[in-house]
Design a protein around this ligand. Structure first.
Ligand code: FES
Ligand code: FES
Length: 136
C-alpha cells in the first residue's frame, strides 16, 4: 500500500511542480516546436524538443496555457520523451498518460493535447531537417 501511495504522490507532484516548463530557441536547427489547441475548451500547449544527430530527444520544454490536467499531462509526457528516439516518442498514447495520471473521462482531452503536441513537435523537427537537406 505504501508503494501505491508513493506512486500517487509522485503523480500529484506533476500538478504542483511541473517539470520542463520553459522555452527552447525555435530557430535552433535541432529544435522542433509543436503548438496545438484543444477544440473542446480552447486551451493551448506548446511543446519543444531538441534532437541530437542520432534522432534522440535530448531536451524538452513546454508551456501550457490551460487547465491543471493539461499541465500535469505535459509535465509527465515531457519526462517520458526525454531520452527517447523520435519513433518511440511518436507512439506515446494519451490514454497511457491519462491512465498514469488517473485523469477522469472529462479530462481525457487534456492528455490528448500532450500527445498532439509531441507529434506536432516531431513533425516540425522533421520538416525543418528535410528543408535543410534539400539541395539548392
Ligand atoms: Fe492521485 Fe491517482 S494520482 S489518486
Ligand atoms: Fe481543456 Fe484541460 S485542456 S480542460
Amino acid at each position: 500500500a505504501s508503494l501505491v501511495r508513493a506512486y500517487h504522490e509522485r503523480v500529484h507532484d506533476h500538478y504542483e511542480n511541473p517539470r520542463n516548463v520553459g522555452t527552447l530557441d525555435k530557430n535552433d536547427p535541432n529544435v522542433g516546436t509543436g503548438l496545438v489547441g484543444a477544440p473542446a475548451c480552447g486551451d493551448v500547449m506548446r511543446l519543444q524538443i531538441k534532437v541530437d544527430d542520432n534522432g534522440k530527444i535530448v531536451d524538452v520544454k513546454f508551456k501550457t496555457f490551460g487547465c491543471g490536467s493539461a499541465i500535469a499531462s505535459s509535465s509527465y509526457a515531457s519526462e517520458m520523451v526525454k531520452g527517447m528516439k523520435l519513433d518511440e516518442a511518436k507512439n506515446i498514447r494519451n490514454t497511457d498518460i491519462a491512465k498514469d495520471l488517473c485523469l477522469p473521462p472529462v479530462k481525457l482531452h487534456c492528455s490528448m493535447l500532450a500527445e498532439d503536441a509531441i507529434k506536432s513537435a516531431i513533425n516540425d523537427y522533421r520538416k525543418k531537417k528535410s528543408l535543410q537537406a534539400r539541395p539548392n
